[in-house]
Design a protein around this ligand. Structure first.
Ligand SMILES: [Zn+2]
Length: 454
């Protein structure tokens, strides 16, 4: 019964492919850039309407920020899966690097180009349309689904916690959360990610004289650019070891399961290096060692430096300020507030307590156990739709509000309709139409009872 249901559902998805793509295009034409605060309420309304058409009960929940669209659709068993997605997108700049305007979706070479196709409107609509397919062609949903679609993911999800806290009681009873992002890797294999890294983002400022000076004054006047670079040099050594006292204290060692998972991840180090115009990766890492570091090690990155004169030709100036933006990508169980205070203490101990430290909102890391039943369900669904085994990553290397869900005891895993060339956050963002159809079929297979029966 369940199997024949899925067959009819997959047929429906294939038969409605063109309409599904055009619905996605309509959503991608909406300029819902959260950084601009534009079109967000209209986009939330449009998402709500799509969910209603798919057979979900919709409420648009107000927060102190942008509204959250919640869609609930009852299924035929007591299982519930939560889809976490977002209807906001990144700014499209630089516009001149787009082949066609970012909010005028266009199909070229089998791919749909527009801001938001891969991150995250394509995943959102694939999930909505899979629900529609079960309701129209499969005799109803085999399991219940809840959509939580926020409008501030690209600006750090500052108000999502209001929602998850208030709804923790029923949310915590779900069987798992499917995260917003995912893609097929360079070789075309589908991927699943079981976590996020955290982030601590700091701005460090050194100050000198009250104004820029003639550089001949350098005999007597301290230079904040030197001061800042000396301070930065105490944070990390040339072997890439982070020297902040206690920085690694909370780093969780990879488990036996984590290490076993790593063994199954292909070694793409040579392709990655050459694609980036490098002779090799950092520390000449390859294979297992590269993967181990990529997924299980935190980072300290100087994201930008600003001081003095950097224009054309020469200007002999002694700057009055120097500023650096520094981010730390954190792994389980590091905490951004703890890392911030350790960096402050470190700078003070090194004699740099004059350096001003400003912290931006941090995000915590999160991990889902690779042995979680949800991972098995996704593997089964993927092997039914794609003709190859997925690559399972222990974590994404980016960040997101996943801890709000894992704190409730929920397993969380991400997959989606992107590919290795989807250019997420960049000009010419795109997904392939074939991936879109397969990604929709995958969601349909995930909702089928047989995938949960293994
Ligand atoms: Zn994004």
């Amino acid at each position: 019964m369940a199997e024949s249901g899925l067959v009819a559902v997959l047929d429906y998805i294939r038969a409605n492919h063109e309409r599904f793509v055009s619905e996605l295009s309509d959503l991608c034409a909406m300029e819902s850039v959260s950084a601009w605060g534009r079109s967000l309420e209209q986009t939330a309304e449009a998402v709500g309407q799509s969910l209603e058409r798919a057979g979900a009960k919709v409420s648009i929940v107000k927060t102190s920020g942008q509204p959250i669209v919640v869609g609930k659709a009852e299924g035929g068993s007591d299982r519930t899966i939560v889809f976490y997605d977002h209807y906001d997108v990144q700014p499209p700049d630089p516009l001149e690097q787009w082949t066609a305007p970012p909010f005028e979706p266009a199909v070229r070479d089998g791919c749909l180009f527009a801001r938001g196709t891969a991150d995250n409107k394509g995943n959102l609509m694939a999930r909505v349309q899979a629900v529609e397919a079960w309701n129209r062609a499969g005799g109803g949903l085999p399991i219940s689904v809840v959509f939580i679609v926020e409008g501030e993911e690209e600006t750090g999800s500052p108000h999502l916690e209001e929602f998850t806290r208030e709804n923790a009681a029923w949310l915590g009873r779900a069987d798992g959360v499917i995260w917003e992002a995912g893609y097929r890797d360079v070789t075309g294999r589908p991927t699943v990610s079981l976590g996020v890294k955290g982030i601590c983002y700091l701005e460090l400022t050194a100050r000198g004289a009250s104004s820029d000076l003639h550089s001949s004054m350098a005999t007597l006047v301290p230079n904040p650019a030197w001061r800042l670079t000396w301070a930065l040099a105490t944070i990390k050594d040339k072997d890439e070891r982070i020297l902040v006292e206690g920085f690694y204290d909370a780093v969780r060692d990879p488990t036996r399961e984590d290490l076993a998972l790593l063994e199954t991840i292909p070694d793409n180090s040579a392709e990655t290096a050459s694609r980036l115009g490098l002779e090799g990766l950092l520390l000449r890492l390859t294979g297992h060692q590269a993967n181990l570091r990529n997924f299980f090690q935190p980072t300290a990155t100087i994201c930008g430096l600003l001081s003095g004169y950097t224009g054309k030709g020469e200007k002999t100036v002694l700057p009055s300020t120097a500023m650096a933006k520094v981010d730390f990508r954190l792994v389980a169980d590091q905490d951004p507030a703890d890392i911030e205070s350790k960096v402050r203490a470190h700078l003070a101990r090194q004699g740099f307590d004059d350096i001003e430290v400003r912290a931006f909102a941090g995000e915590r890391p999160a991990r889902t156990d690779p042995k979680s039943p949800l991972v098995g369900v996704i593997r089964r669904a993927m092997s039914r739709v794609y003709e190859q085994e997925p690559v399972v990553y222990p974590t994404m290397t980016g960040s997101g509000p996943m801890p709000l869900f894992t704190d409730l005891g929920l397993p969380v895993a991400g997959f989606g309709v992107g590919h290795a060339g989807s250019r997420v956050h960049a000009p010419d963002e795109n997904i392939s139409l074939e991936d879109y159809r397969l990604g929709t079929e995958l969601v349909a297979a995930l909702l089928d009872g047989d995938s949960w029966a293994g």
